[in-house]
Write a protein that binds this ligand. Structure first.
Ligand SMILES: [Zn+2]
Length: 460
């Protein structure tokens, strides 16, 4: 619309000028080199204008021709960029579906088309990671460290490759850096904590956990189903206490300090067996029998454990055997559902010579978990003690014990399945960290209601 208007203005200006010149013809004389030219003013103006326009057109054409090579280069460049973009798209798509072959092809193509750039490094690094080529990935991530926008992804990548190659100190260095850069990235705090633990930096791990809980940053950890803050705190404090004993002098002040730390660990998880065992040992060493007793009673709620039950009975060594049955029954009342509780009562009953009570409790345990080796062996003991002293029964249970599945292992590695009687932060077989968990073998009593079970416990 505006152009049209402009066009009309020009046209009317030209026609106005033409008619003006027509009205005011005037004459122009040129006398030059013996020639004499006589013409009108309008002709002079028109021909000068035409000459000017022709000059402009010539310049334009010359420039156009002059610029052909550079325009060609630019077009070529844009074309390469577009092709590069397509190969990057192909590469990242291949990565998304874990197609290593296509991703590698895209890495080569995009490098050819786009040259060395952060984005080609990212593609190359991720592709190398997909193929498990840690060295190649590390090379690209190291290059990405140079660029500010890719610094974080570089640190993360280097952290991952250090973890994969088992270089804990290096991984820790990168995790700390990544945490400083982006503390809000939810897996970074978790990785950092795990690395503190793997490096045995229990003080740092403890401080880190404290900071997290005090700042109420736990939501980061909450998103991880396998993460239990209380259990983590318990573990970290226990390891600190243990370290204290291992590195300190073997004297009362060391025991006391360690006991202090380990009992704080138990506040977070009273059922953490290694900590409970250590706390009981230290309490007894320090002459604090009541503390040892209450530690066992507290742990019994969540982690009843036959050996610990026997230690509990030993704490009442001065009492009569019949009284010790009552002590055992106290554990049963704390956790009436547990097979371990019944085993402790059976043990106390046997010592007091009450074979009927002992037999009842072992059988109750057998109905629940089946004829395990330890239960069969207990039956052998009971039948040996029994007044009737039935040789055949003793033999029957002894045979069964040999065939029965073992249930004396407390701990099992979640990674390699190695079973062990002693807990350790690292699996002694496969070196996995924190994989040793309690065996699921000790299934709990569920079928019988609490009342009925207590009644059984009171027989005789
Ligand atoms: Zn293992």
């Amino acid at each position: 619309m505006l152009r049209l208007l402009f066009f009309f203005i020009i046209i009317s200006a030209i026609s106005f000028l033409a008619s003006w010149f027509a009205d005011n013809r005037g004459l122009v004389f040129v006398d030059w080199l013996g020639y004499r030219i006589e013409t009108s003013m309008m002709f002079v103006v028109a021909s000068t204008s035409l000459a000017f326009v022709a000059l402009l057109a010539t310049i334009e054409l010359a420039l156009y021709i002059w610029n052909i090579p550079s325009r060609f280069r630019t077009r070529n460049k844009i074309h390469r960029y577009e092709k590069g973009l397509i190969s990057l798209t192909k590469g990242f798509t291949a990565l998304a579906i874990s197609d290593e072959k296509r991703a590698k092809q895209a890495v080569r193509e995009s490098k050819n088309l786009l040259g060395v750039r952060p984005i080609t490094h990212i593609l190359a690094a991720e592709t190398a990671q997909l193929g498990g080529d840690t060295d190649e990935a590390r090379k690209h991530f190291a290059a990405l460290l140079e660029y500010k926008p890719t610094e974080f992804i570089a640190v993360r990548g280097l952290l991952e490759s250090a973890r994969k190659s088992g270089n804990i100190p290096k991984a820790l260095q990168y995790a700390e850096k990544a945490y400083r850069m982006r503390p809000d990235m939810e897996d970074i705090p978790y990785i950092l904590l795990t690395l503190y633990e793997q490096a045995g930096k229990w003080d740092e791990a403890h401080l880190f956990l404290e900071k997290y809980s005090s700042r109420n940053w736990i939501p980061f950890f909450k998103k991880r189903a396998d993460f239990d803050v209380k259990k983590q705190k318990s573990l970290v404090l226990f390891m600190r206490g243990k370290e204290f004993i291992e590195n300190g002098e073997d004297r009362e002040s060391t025991w006391l300090k360690s006991y202090d730390i380990i009992s704080r660990s138990l506040k977070y998880d009273p059922g953490f067996i290694p900590a409970a065992e250590a706390a009981v040992d230290l309490a007894l060493k320090l002459g604090m029998k009541r503390k040892a007793i209450s530690t066992v009673e507290r742990m019994w709620k969540t982690a009843p454990y036959y050996k610990m039950g026997l230690s509990y009975l030993e704490m009442f060594a001065s009492e009569k055997e019949a009284k010790k049955i009552k002590r055992a029954k106290k554990l049963l009342s704390i956790n009436p559902k547990s097979v371990e509780s019944h085993k402790v009562v059976a043990n106390a009953a046997m010592k007091a010579g009450d074979t009927t009570l002992a037999r009842n409790h072992i059988k109750l345990a057998i109905t629940e978990v089946g004829e395990t080796r330890s239960l069969c062996n207990m039956m052998v003991e009971v039948e040996k003690l029994s007044d009737e002293g039935d040789e055949q029964l003793v033999h029957k249970w002894a045979v069964k014990a040999k065939q029965a599945p073992r249930d004396d292992f407390m701990w099992r590695c979640g990674e390699c399945g190695h079973k062990t009687e002693l807990w350790n932060i690292k699996c002694e077989e496969c070196d996995s960290f924190g994989s040793v968990k309690m065996t699921g073998f000790r299934s709990e009593f569920k079928k019988l209601p609490k009342k009925e079970m207590l009644a059984l416990g009171q027989e005789n």
